[in-house]
Design a protein around this ligand. Structure first.
Ligand code: PLP
Length: 497
């Protein structure tokens, strides 16, 4: 690694990316390439001799960019955002530049110490109870703290394993087959995967149905019934994942009553706030955290809606000992005085893998470069744009809102009455309405002008419009709405011929 060459080439890459951001709107938002496109244009073995960066960047432009779906485009409204920022990017750059492997404290003390500091900063911004924070803050509970992991799926797996081992220490390993994990039909599918990896079979994975009347939030009464039923059958309730901001509709499970049930039955409650957790730094969304003091763990993805590049999942736990008992390793090659004297955190014991990145730098840069007030303002501006979009929908009676908006995502569709009156009904009404809305999404996305995705809940297909890309402004929302209307007009006209 030659420092001068690094400087020269590094500047080239930064310039390349600055041009990319400047011109991002000229690309189709959703990549339009066909499967296998790259196989056809990239040689099938690595070059024998070195190639120049300039040549490689030309190929990135010609071959790679067409196969990129532009998540940072201001016209990206699909899935949930992956909000980038200069601060997040620069923090990532610093982290990659130092390229330390901070598995334990001694392997890079700043990596560990900065991580525990920024996770406490963030916890305080969310108003998380002190029992989720590292002590030294006068907390009474002890044992709390947080860690930066890659993804929510990892956080779920780690917490299930912690809960599982804690329970098995109490009831004996021979009762493994009795452990039950609870979720709603809106819980992210990664919980299912995490439970499966942790050894909980599908027959012990309870999916509790939600209803439109409850806006697809998990009903405490239904949870209690499911638990009582399991206990009657000789099962052992283990773990519940409650969600703040579900993936399909951003519904919010009522934490206080759910956590009270969890406490009553000794269940580990994990709160998955992957998307909407970031919004809880704003006073108007803090009510959704009411009752969190009775949960066991809480996680959110700072790479979704907190301007930190992928990946950055923040996980807080109340009882870090439960986590480290399940995940710690102590090989001879890592022995050192600080760890043995119990003076330090060794984050390798808070996660799946041994090696870990210095993620705290990017969160630190984001927090310091923006400051709390600006971060709140940015999130509020996305919410306000979503309210504006909702207002546009309300003015066109052909469309309807599917569920009330909570954060910066709007769920809507073309109303059944419009479709049924204009389209021949080959199938049942609901199926026809779903197909028509799916056609609309396909038509919009293939235009490349914007990208949005869909959800299906209770048999109803709807369109999700998620605002949160850092470059999105009101004008993009207005243009997007015009594109949606134009495509709807074209499809409705076609169908009525
Ligand atoms: N939970 C929720 C509510 C999500 O929306 C998502 C992803 O969108 C996840 C979990 C999964 O997150 P990850 O990809 O970080 O595992």
């Amino acid at each position: 690694l030659d420092p001068e060459e690094f400087r020269r080439q590094g500047h080239k890459i930064v310039n390349f990316l600055a041009d990319y951001y400047q011109n991002i709107e000229q690309y189709p938002v959703c990549s339009q390439v066909k499967p296998g496109y790259l196989q056809k244009i990239i040689p099938n073995s690595a070059p024998n001799n070195p190639e120049l960066l300039e040549k490689i960047l030309q190929d990135v432009k010609r071959d790679i960019i067409p196969g990129i779906t532009h998540w940072q485009s201001p016209n990206f409204f699909a899935y949930f955002p992956s909000s980038g920022s200069t601060a997040g990017f620069l923090g990532e750059m610093l982290s990659v530049g130092f390229n330390v492997v901070g598995f334990n404290w001694i392997s890079s003390p700043a990596a560990t110490e900065l991580e525990s500091i920024v996770i406490n900063w963030f916890g305080k911004m969310l108003n998380l109870p002190n029992c989720f924070l590292f002590s030294g803050d006068g907390d009474g509970c002890g044992g709390g703290g947080g860690v930066l992991q890659g993804t929510t799926c990892e956080a779920m797996l780690c917490t299930i394993v912690a809960a599982r081992d804690q329970m098995l220490r109490k009831i004996g390993r021979e009762n493994f087959g009795k452990l039950v994990v609870y979720a709603s039909d809106q819980t992210h599918f990664s919980l299912n995967k995490a439970a499966h990896i942790a050894g909980i079979d599908s027959e012990n994975f309870r999916v509790i149905p939600t209803t439109k009347a409850d806006e697809y939030a998990l009903c405490p009464k239904s949870l209690r019934l499911a638990i009582l039923n399991d206990i009657k059958e000789g099962k052992v309730p283990l773990f519940l994942c409650a969600t703040i901001g579900t993936t399909s509709t951003t519904s919010v499970d009522p934490l206080r009553p759910l956590c009270e049930i969890g406490k009553e039955f000794g269940i580990w409650i994990h709160v998955d706030a992957a998307y909407a957790g970031s919004a809880c730094i704003c006073p108007e969304f803090q009510l959704f955290l009411d009752g969190v003091e009775n949960a066991n763990s809480f996680s959110l993805n700072a790479h979704k809606w907190f301007f930190s590049t992928l990946d950055c999942c923040c996980l807080w736990v109340k009882d870090s000992i439960a986590l480290t008992k399940a995940l710690s390793t102590n090989p001879e090659c890592l022995r050192n005085k600080a760890s043995e004297l119990n003076q330090v955190i060794d984050y390798k014991d808070w996660q799946i893998s041994l090696s870990r990145r210095f993620r705290a730098l990017k969160l630190w840069l984001v927090l310091r470069s923006y400051g709390v007030t600006n971060l709140r303002n940015l999130i509020t501006s996305h919410v306000n744009m979503a309210k504006h979009f909702e207002g546009l929908i309300a003015m066109d009676t052909r469309f309807e809102i599917f569920v009330p908006r909570k954060f910066a995502m709007v769920c809507f569709r073309i109303s059944p009455s419009i479709i049924i009156s204009q389209v021949s009904t080959k199938f049942g009404h609901e199926e026809e309405v779903n197909k028509f809305n799916a056609k609309l999404v396909e038509s919009i996305n293939s235009s490349g002008k914007l990208y949005l995705t869909h959800g299906v809940v209770g048999g109803t297909y709807f369109i999700r419009f998620a605002i949160g890309a850092s470059l999105t402004h009101y004008r993009h929302v207005d243009i997007a709405w015009k594109v949606i209307q134009d495509h709807a007009n074209a499809l409705l006209n076609q169908s009525s011929v």
